[in-house]
Every structure is written in C-alpha cells, then in structure tokens.
Design a protein around this ligand. Structure first.
Ligand SMILES: *[C@@H]1O[C@H](CO)[C@@H](O)[C@H](O)[C@H]1NC(C)=O
Ligand SMILES: *[C@@H]1O[C@H](CO)[C@@H](O)[C@H](O)[C@H]1NC(C)=O
Ligand SMILES: *[C@@H]1O[C@H](CO)[C@@H](O)[C@H](O)[C@H]1NC(C)=O
Length: 434
C-alpha cells in the first residue's frame, strides 16, 4: 500500500475545517458544472461547405441543445451548451466588438442564447486572453476585457471559458482577475472558467490556488484532453500525483477541471469509458461531454447518464477525492468523502492481462473501526450487501476498468462530530437522500 489517509469521515471533517475562507462568491457552480462542449470532438472544423453537419456553426449548437433537452440529459443536470474556439469572425467589428462568423452564425449569439434558454439550458462561450485565440481568431487583449465581458452579458451568455494562448505570464496575472471583476460588473451571473494555471504549469509557486479560487469558478490545470486512453491516463497521473496541492483547492464554487469527457468518441473502450467517468467523478470534475449526442451509442449514453454516479459527482459537500492506495499489482483505490457520512470508492486496474481479483477490507482502506456500510455497485446498480469494516471482500476489476462503490453507513461507532443515522438496509434503500 502507498499513501495513507485518514478515514473518509475524518478526511471530510479535516477538509471541511480547512476550506479557504475566501472564494469566488458569485453563487454559481456550487456543484461541478455539467453540460456539453464542442472542442474535443468538433475542434476548429469551420468548413461548413465540406462538412455541414460537424462544422462549428449555430446549427451544431442548436442540435446539441435539442439533444440535451430531449434525450434525458437536462434532467440529470447536463445544462450548459458551451461554444469553444473558432466561433468568431476573423476581425472585430467596426465598434471593436467581438462578433460571430456571419456565415456560420447568421442569427448571432444572442439568438442562439435565446434558443438554448428556451430549452431550459444555458449557453457558454469561449475567449482568449491574448493577441489571438489558440485557433487564430481575435483575442481579448487587456484593453478589451471590459468590453468583451459586456458583450457576452448582453448576448445572454451564462459561462465563459477564458483561454490563454498568445499572452505572457504578466498579462495573465493581470487579465484573469480583471475579467473576474469585469464579469461581476456586468451584473449577469456568468460562470468563469480560467485556463490560467494550465499555462503556468499547474503547480505552486507559479500557480496560487488561493487566488484562483477567489476569482474563478473552475480552472483548467493541465493539458488538453485528446481522444485516447493515453491522454486520459496522463491526466489521471498528473492530477493524482499532485493531489496534495490540487485536492484542497476544490470546493463549492471553485473546481479543478481535468478537461472534457471523451466518452462516446473513438479513443476509449467500454471499460476505459467507465473509468473516465468514475475517475472524473472522484475528482469532483466538471462533467462537460464532448461527443456527438446525435449519434452516441446506447452504452456510452448509459455511462454518462448513470444517476448514482452523477449524484456522487454532484455531492453538495464538494470535497474532491484522492488516490488512497497504489498497489504493486497495478490496482489503485480512490476515495471521495460524501455528505451524510457516505463515501465513494473506485477500484481501478491498470493491468493488461485479465480481470483481477482484488481482496481488501474497509479497515485496510482506513474506514472507522466497528462501522457497517451498505454497499451499492454504481455501475451494476445492485446493493452488494452490508459490510463491516473488518470484513475482507474481493472485487473483480477488468483491465483498464473500474469497480465503483457507493457506501452508506448503516451503523457507525459514536464519534463526536456527527449524528449517526441508522437505516435498515434492504429493498427500500434510496441512495439519493442528499
Ligand atoms: C459580484 O460580487 C459580489 C461580491 O462578491 C457578489 O455578491 C455578487 O453576487 C457578484 N455578482 C455577480 C453578478 O457575479
Ligand atoms: C497566494 O495568494 C494569497 C492571497 O493573495 C497569499 O496570501 C498567499 O501567500 C499566496 N500563496 C503563496 C504560496 O504565494
Ligand atoms: C481478513 O484477511 C486477513 C488476512 O489477509 C485475516 O488475517 C483476517 O482474519 C481476515 N478477516 C476476517 C474478518 O475474516
């Protein structure tokens, strides 16, 4: 076993006490934002002549909004429709304002926002603090920060991702807080996603997570995700290797963002898709899908629409989880403490041979002595049974796959900091009591 952590309960307590007192208080993103974002799947495809169905155009965002509203996504919390790079014209307009490409967004962004809002959804947009966006479109230089914030607010935008291509560290240190103030000054609630740390290596001393939590609702810490398992693994490795820095930075209103979900695309197997969903959930990550919702397979949809998984991701305590075990056998165990003394455990296999029988106990995972938990397998959906801390158990984990457990205490040893809730396990068990 590797790193040792206190029990889920003790961890929850310690973290609750350690929450930073200062955080961005715009009342938004109290749980990790959920929705859809164009970048990973649709990139900077602007050739609507050759590829009308997939190019970055108002049509694409309207069709995704329709799918979110009609295919059960919105009710589960997937509410943001986020435009990424390559939406704008190649030049600012005569008034110096950002303007959408007139061919691809003939109705304008305001009309698109209205369309999205009419479906009970929210609209996100993209800008870049710099000379150009990463895709070469007009950037938001320091002198444009206020104007662009006002433009987005006037259009009815609900979320802004501010990227950082083509700007210096000094410009970023000025511009990211300035945009926070400019968004606030518009009076419109706009979730603010900062790519700032990703451009500064993601770690102290260059990155100050206290400051980030004061100005941003979420931030991209690390590299862009690509459509491959290698990319997912590199992100997972970086986030959990640096969990001592990153994990305490997250909380209601301010989240680490390991980037989009690529489930439903081309690079992940079924097992790997389940792993990305589970590991993003443990990380309290935003659930921003970047896939074609018009053609998504039933199995990918089922993973992304797993109610209990989403409930865990959206837990109101907002405590990011940690890797608590790294075995020589290439099995890793992750724990996320949840409200009402519940926890999520993810058993992850990095093996490449065959399903692995992993035996452990809650005692070995530092759960409190003499407790009893009702265990539900999050993907299988079934209640596994009641488990005492001392009981040995075995989970069978597929190669590059996960087993995910939701543990709800049915009996806890008396501890001074919380009320013990006794509930009979069995048929009437409802995990959704938050
Ligand atoms: C602006 O900031 C103040 C102070 O933090 C906050 O109360 C208010 O809700 C913010 N308004 C918006 C629109 O973000
Ligand atoms: C981060 O910024 C905060 C607030 O400005 C400051 O108090 C703190 O010392 C900084 N932390 C580091 C490690 O520089
Ligand atoms: C669990 O397994 C360990 C050996 O790994 C054993 O010492 C212990 O008695 C077992 N516990 C129970 C409750 O069976």
């Amino acid at each position: 076993m590797g790193t040792v952590l206190p029990s889920g309960l003790a961890l929850a307590l310690a973290l609750a006490l350690a929450l930073p007192s200062l955080a961005l208080e715009n009342g938004l993103a109290r749980t990790p934002p959920m929705g859809w974002m164009s970048w990973e799947r649709f990139r900077c495809d602007v050739d609507c002549q050759a590829d009308p169905r997939n190019c970055i155009s108002e049509q694409l965002f309207m069709e995704m909004a329709d799918r979110l509203a009609e295919d059960g996504w919105r009710e589960l919390g997937y509410e943001y429709v986020n435009i990424d790079d390559c939406w704008s014209a190649k030049q600012r307009d005569a008034a110096g304002q950002l303007a959408p490409d007139p061919k691809r967004f003939p109705s304008g962004i305001k009309a698109l926002a209205d369309y999205v809002h009419a479906r009970g959804l929210k609209l996100g947009i993209y800008a870049d603090l710099g000379v150009f966006t990463c895709g070469g479109y007009p950037g938001t230089m320091l002198e444009h920060v206020k104007q662009d914030a006002q433009t987005f607010a006037a259009w009815g935008v609900d979320m802004l991702k501010l990227d950082g291509c083509y700007s210096s560290a000094e410009e970023q240190a000025k511009g990211y807080p300035e945009m926070a103030r400019a968004l606030n000054a518009t009076g419109r609630p706009i979730v603010y996603s900062c790519s700032w740390p990703a451009y500064q290596g993601g770690l102290p001393p260059k990155v100050n997570y206290t400051i980030l939590a004061e100005i941003c609702n979420l931030w991209r810490n690390y590299d862009d995700i690509q459509d491959s398992w290698d990319s997912v693994l590199s992100i997972v490795d970086w986030f959990f290797t640096n969990q001592d820095v990153l994990q305490p930075a997250a909380g209601p209103g301010h989240w680490n963002d390991p980037d989009m979900l690529i489930i439903g695309n081309f690079g992940l197997s079924y097992e790997q898709s389940r792993s990305q969903m589970a590991l993003w959930t443990v990380m309290a990550a935003p659930l921003l899908m970047s896939t074609d919702l018009r053609t998504i397979s039933p199995s990918a949809k089922e993973i992304l629409q797993n109610r209990l998984m989403i409930q865990i991701n959206q837990d109101p305590l907002g405590i990011q989880g940690r890797r608590i075990v790294k075995e020589k056998s290439h099995i890793e165990v992750f724990l996320r403490p949840l409200s009402q003394a519940a926890s999520a455990l993810v058993f992850f296999s990095r093996r490449t041979d065959m399903p692995f029988r992993y035996t452990t106990s809650l005692a070995k995972l530092h759960f409190p002595e003499d407790a009893v938990y009702e265990v539900q397998d999050v993907y299988v959906g079934k209640i596994v049974g009641a488990l005492k801390t001392a009981d040995n158990f075995t989970v069978v984990i597929n190669p590059s796959g996960v087993v995910v457990w939701y543990l709800r205490p049915v009996a806890l040893p008396l501890q001074p900091w919380h009320v013990v809730r006794q509930q009979a396990p069995g048929k009437g068990f409802h995990p959704a009591l938050l």
